[in-house]
Design a protein around this ligand. Structure first.
Ligand code: PLP
Length: 328
């Protein structure tokens, strides 16, 4: 039995698994959704599962401040700000900005939650976000704080265990429900969620295939990222699992206009599913991934799979800054 690192309890778990009745019928499949958009309110979405492990590590190191980074509408940054406030810690967020974004959605919540924020350019973010976070750690140290740096999306070795544990949760729910999922599908943005599900799926010798739909970059990038994250997580468990890059299933082709940019067909799909099932997807991650899944099912790519579980990783607040693009 593989021993996971210590964690703290932050999320509302287990999250429900629900069947999407009308979508299933229209596609001739059994489509289920795991409501990780309901892990909480301020903390909602997938990042809080990773933070349960990362923040415990921070606390064990005696840290009283969390530093992290992301896009201006980062769900991860907002979750981190909420967790920090909840635990009486400080949060410092380094956000990628073009300088003209409205104070909306996650960015607005970051401010409400009392996070300190530094806005940086796209180039600074790409080239030296880690250096900038390290500078901030030194500034906080001079103020008498000990800060813990969480990389983008908490997608590193320690964060992986959030979704290792989520996979254990899914296996237990399968038993209760009397279903066996043969495909697990999710959006991939920095790779940590995928890595955790993949790791546990292999470690538990589960038969399901785990498919990630990348919402930025490409399949080659994420195969390499996931491999790196997995290797980092093996340091904690001393339990390496053998895998090859071919085992990491990334379905490319649904990035569309680019990260956080929406195509009309993606927004139309979000609107359609909302009315059909009462499920609201986000424009940056889950909307693209679920749109991609439906296209792939129609093309026949998922012919070998009947019971499909989609992970709703959250992102609701990122929808509001996009409201004008829906054409209402
Ligand atoms: C961050 C995020 C993802 C992607 O998860 P990664 O672990 O970064 O790949 C998916 N959906 C939402 C809503 C997210 O915020």
């Amino acid at each position: 039995m593989l021993r996971l690192p210590e964690s703290i309890s932050l999320a509302n778990l287990p999250t429900r698994i629900e069947k999407l009745e009308r979508l299933s019928k229209s596609l001739n499949k059994e489509i289920y959704i795991k409501r990780d958009d309901q892990t909480g309110t301020e903390i909602s979405g997938n990042k809080v599962r990773k933070l349960e492990f990362a923040v415990k590590e921070a606390m064990n190191q005696g840290c009283d401040y969390l530093i992290t980074c992301g896009g201006i509408q980062s769900n991860h940054a907002r979750s981190t700000a909420a967790v920090a406030a909840r635990l009486g810690m400080g949060a410092f967020l380094v956000l990628r900005s073009s300088g003209d974004e409205p104070l909306e959605g996650n960015y607005f919540m970051d401010k409400l939650l009392g996070a300190r924020i530094r806005l940086i350019t796209r180039e600074e973010y790409r080239e030296k976000r880690m250096t900038i976070m390290e500078e901030i750690r030194d500034i906080l140290a001079a103020e008498g704080h000990k800060a813990y740096i969480i990389p983008e999306g908490a997608s590193n070795g320690i964060g992986t265990f959030g979704y290792f544990k989520a996979m254990e949760e899914i296996l237990a729910q399968e038993k209760q429900m009397g279903v066996k999922f043969d495909a697990i599908v999710l959006a991939v943005g920095s790779g940590g969620t995928y890595s955790g599900l993949f790791y546990a799926n292999k470690a538990k010798e589960n038969e399901a295939k785990v498919y990630g739909f990348n919402i930025c970059d490409d399949a080659a990038h994420f195969k390499s990222e996931v491999s790196k994250i997995l290797k980092d997580s093996f340091r904690y468990t001393q339990a390496e699992i053998p895998f090859t890059s071919d085992d990491i299933l990334i379905v490319d082709g649904y990035v569309g206009e680019g990260y956080a940019l929406s195509r009309p067909e993606e927004l139309a799909f979000i609107r359609e599913l909302a009315g059909m099932e009462g499920i609201i997807l986000d424009p940056v991650y889950t909307g693209k991934a679920m749109y991609g899944l439906v296209q792939e099912i129609r093309k026949g790519t998922f012919a070998a799979h009947q019971n499909i579980l989609f992970i709703h990783t959250g992102g609701l607040y990122g929808l509001f800054p996009k409201r004008d693009q829906f054409g209402f």
